[in-house]
Every structure is written in structure tokens, then in C-alpha cells.
Write a protein that binds this ligand. Structure first.
Ligand code: ADP
Length: 445
């Protein structure tokens, strides 16, 4: 049966779930916990069925996260073929850990707990929360493990009796499955962004559509946008959004920092701009992200000097020179939209603008959910309460809050850690929990 792909809610991402509209579930004779194969363009992914959200009822929708979308080779709003899958339980699974994760002792129980119920295939990368997570990466995100081997082969389900082994080789040395993102594509997905559903929808419409279906625009005789301007306070997710879009469409992503490029020696700024655009065109489809674009192109007149004038002229000519097929799109970000040279905001350049505002309570809750997804939170922590009490916090503030909470948990268990050793005891990791107290202290700090 064909269903339309939509993103999962932030809190449900990362667990190999496919939330299917109940009517479609009934039609395919699927039950909660069954496995399905999703097949897109030449790729396939296996997921576990989950009853869809009430609002999707009868809409022919399957919601999967960015990881599954990538594995299945589909994007949001694409159609995907869904069939019931016959997957065997795994008797054994060998996983490979990333090189920089140094754990001592037996991590198998923790990994099994994390993966239990998930369908895995050799070569696949699976995100697993590893105790505090941030211990190794400080990002609060899950750690990517690689499935090195499964017994039997093919796609198998991890159960409570699957024997988990850790490979001698690090994950980096295990051959990946096809469809895996190249390293120049950021690994942020839409499920990593909270509270910006409407804004994401607008960005998608302006960028994904022309990049994926240029023929639509040709047919209609309209020019796809060359530039989109995201504006709003710092730390609200502008960069995150640009990266997520690039990732969803498997586009090459390259960044220019406004202040950095302006600090170059005479003539070098233009040269570097040219190089970045060249690189993007060579690797198209591509997104060029220009952060703090106001520092490159301040309004003419009072602030603009000779250097700015030349750099703006260069940027304008580079954008005007972009092919009209919409395969390179420039995303500019600024927190001072009124301070930008109006020439940049005219037709054919950054003529689409999206405001990224400070999140409201619901948005804050989603953001907190994103950042605690990989963390062992105690049951007593009520994220809604924290969303309520963090008026004025932007995404970056909320991310720091959760990180600080995790750091507090870390300080608590510090006496148990052997700081002489550069490895962490699996036993300690397994029992690590972030408590209400840790979060409360983080709020005070
Ligand atoms: P901006 O580009 O608007 O200044 P960023 O996208 O660089 O902000 O955000 C900085 C960090 O703050 C991100 O890496 C992320 O951890 C967090 N963050 C900001 N906005 C959001 C959001 N809407 N959802 C989830 N995390 C966010």
C-alpha cells in the first residue's frame, strides 16, 4: 500500500518507529509492534509499526524519522510503499562503537535495552543513548553505533535474548549501508528542531520543492528562489534549520560566516566567496549558508565602506550568476534584518524572508524533548513544567539547560568515576540518571 511520508513528532524519533494512520493499519492487517518494509527509490528500510497520531486518521500517512527517511530513500510528502515484513528475531548482533567512545566493562545490556524491538541490518547506523551521552560527545545526542554483523543475516529484530557483542573494530571501519549520508551532508533532521513546524514548512516549500522537482517550476514558468533569508534572535534554530533542509534533500552544505569573511585581507573576501560558490555548484544540489549576513552587507550609507561595497557586489553577482535550475540555494541568516543592504532583498536574490521567533511554551517543550531524547531522565522530571517556567528562553538556552542538568548528574557520580582512566565503567553509565534535583539546579545556574 502507498502512504505519504510525514515527519515524526520530536519525542518519538530515534526508535525505529513508523506511526501509521489507523485506517491504513487496519487495511494492511497490521498491529502495533508489527514490522513493515518501507521502500522508496531503490532503497528499503524496516520499521516497527506504531498507531498513528489521531490527527492523521484516514489521511494515508506514515510518520517516520529522518534516519528512516534516509534509509528508505524518501523525503517528506513523498509516497512510499509499505508492506508487512517478515523479520526474524536476532540470535546475535555485533555492534561497533565510534572510536572516540571509551567504555570499559560490559556495555551489552545497555545496548540491548536500547535496541530491543528494533529491526536492524548489517551496515546500518543506529543511534543509541549511552547513559549520559554527553559524556563522550557533550552534544546530548545519541551515539551512532554501527551494526557490524547479525545472526541470522538480513534484517532482524533485537530481542531481550539477543546476544550483543562489541566489535573489535571501531564503527568508522565498518562498511556502511547504502544511502548513508556523505560526510558533507549534516546529520540534523527535522525531528531535531522544536517549535518551528510552520517555519519549516515554509522553508521546505521554498527549497525542497525546487531542488527535488525543478521540472515543476519549469513547467509553471516560475523561477525557483535563489536565496532565502532567515531572521530572528540568535540561538533560535536558523543554522539548525538550514542544516536540516540540506540533510533532508541530501544536499551539499557549505557555510560562510559573515564576520569571518569580512576579516580577510584586502581582496581575499571576494575570492573566498567565489570559491565557496564554485564548490557549491560543483557539488550541486547544494546549500550555501551565510551566517550573520548583515556583517557582509550592511545598509549602504553610514556603515558601508569600500570593502563592504565590493563584497556585496561580488555576492550579488554570484547569486545572479547561479543557474536558474534551483540546484544551488543560498540561505542567509541574520538577527538584524533591517540592517541589511536592500539590494540583497530585491527580486531574484534574497526575496523570500522567514522570521524565526522566540519559541512559545509548546515550542519550548518540543525543544526540551529534542535535547533530552538521548538522556536517561528520571521519571519525576516534568518537561511541561520546565517549558512553562522558561519564558523568553530560545532553543540555545534550553539546550544549555538540559546539558547543565546532565553535567550536574555527572558531578554527582564523579566520586564513582575513575578519573585516572580514560575509559568509563559501563556499570556506572548504566545506572546513571538525571534527577529533578539536577534539573532544578540547572535552572538556578
Ligand atoms: P541560530 O542560527 O538561530 O543563531 P542555532 O541554530 O545555531 O541558532 O542554534 C544553536 C543551538 O541551539 C543548536 O545547535 C541547538 O542545539 C539549539 N537550538 C536552537 N534552536 C533550536 C530549536 N528550535 N530546536 C532545537 N534546538 C534548538
Amino acid at each position: 500500500m502507498k502512504l505519504t511520508v510525514k515527519p515524526l513528532k520530536q519525542k518519538d524519533a530515534g526508535r525505529g518507529l513508523a506511526a501509521i494512520d489507523r485506517a491504513a493499519m487496519a487495511e494492511m492487517d497490521l498491529e502495533n509492534g508489527d514490522y513493515i518494509v518501507l521502500s522508496g527509490q531503490g532503497n528499503r528500510a524496516v520499521a516497527r509499526v506504531w498507531p498513528g497520531y489521531p490527527e492523521d486518521e484516514n489521511n494515508g500517512i506514515v510518520r517516520i524519522d529522518g534516519q528512516l527517511r534516509q534509509e528508505a530513500g524518501v523525503g517528506i510528502d513523498d509516497n512510499v510503499t509499505v508492506e508487512k515484513a517478515d523479520v526474524q528475531p536476532a540470535t546475535g548482533v555485533t555492534v561497533a562503537l565510534p572510536q572516540n567512545l571509551r567504555v570499559r566493562g560490559n556495555v551489552a545490556p545497555m545496548i540491548r535495552n536500547n535496541l530491543s524491538g528494533q529491526a536492524v541490518t548489517q551496515g546500518q547506523t543506529v543511534p543509541v543513548s549511552f547513559g549520559l551521552g554527553p559524556l563522550s560527545s557533550m552534544s546530548g545526542q545519541k551515539i551512532p553505533l554501527k551494526i557490524a554483523e547479525t545472526e541470522p543475516g538480513g534484517t532482524v529484530v533485537v530481542t531481550d535474548s539477543t546476544e550483543i557483542q562489541v566489535s573489535e573494530k571501531p564503527a568508522e571501519q565498518i562498511r556502511g549501508s547504502e544511502g548513508e549520508a556523505s560526510s558533507d551532508t549534516p546529520d540534523v533532521t527535522y525531528e531535531d528542531i522544536g517549535g518551528l513546524d510552520n517555519e519549516l514548512e515554509q522553508v521546505r516549500e521554498m527549497i525542497e520543492l525546487p531542488m527535488r522537482h525543478p521540472e515543476l517550476f519549469q513547467q509553471l514558468g516560475i523561477e525557483p528562489p535563489k536565496g532565502v533569508l532567515l531572521h530572528g534572535p540568535p540561538g533560535t534554530g536558523k543554522t539548525l534549520m538550514a542544516k536540516a533542509v540540506a540533510n533532508e534533500i541530501d544536499a551539499y552544505f557549505t557555510t560562510i560566516s559573515g564576520p569571518e569573511i569580512m576579516s580577510k585581507y584586502y581582496g581575499e573576501s571576494e575570492e573566498q566567496l567565489r570559491e565557496v560558490f564554485e564548490e557549491a555548484e560543483e557539488n550541486a544540489p547544494a546549500i550555501v549558508f551565510i551566517d550573520e549576513i548583515d556583517s557582509i552587507a550592511p545598509k549602504r550609507g553610514e556603515t558601508q565602506g569600500d570593502v563592504e561595497r565590493r563584497v556585496v557586489a561580488q555576492l550579488l553577482s554570484l547569486m545572479d550568476g547561479l543557474e536558474e535550475r534551483g540546484q544551488v540555494i543560498v540561505i542567509g541568516a541574520t538577527n538584524r534584518v533591517d540592517a541589511i543592504d536592500p539590494a540583497l532583498r530585491r527580486g531574484g536574490r534574497f526575496d523570500r524572508e522567514i522570521e524565526i521567533g522566540v519559541p512559545d511554551k509548546e515550542g519550548r517543550k518540543e525543544i526540551l524533548q529534542v535535547h533530552t531524547r538521548g538522556m536517561p531522565l528520571s521519571e519525576e522530571i516534568d518537561l511541561s513544567g520546565y517549558a512553562e517556567n522558561t519564558h523568553g528562553f530560545v532553543g540555545a538556552d534550553l539546550a544549555s539547560l538540559t546539558k547543565e542538568g546532565a553535567m550536574n548528574a555527572l558531578r554527582r557520580i564523579r566520586p564513582e568515576l575513575d578519573l585516572e582512566s580514560d575509559e568509563i565503567d559501563a556499570e556506572v553509565l548504566e545506572h546513571l540518571e538525571i534527577t529533578e534535583e539536577d534539573f532544578k539546579d540547572a535552572m538556578k545556574g
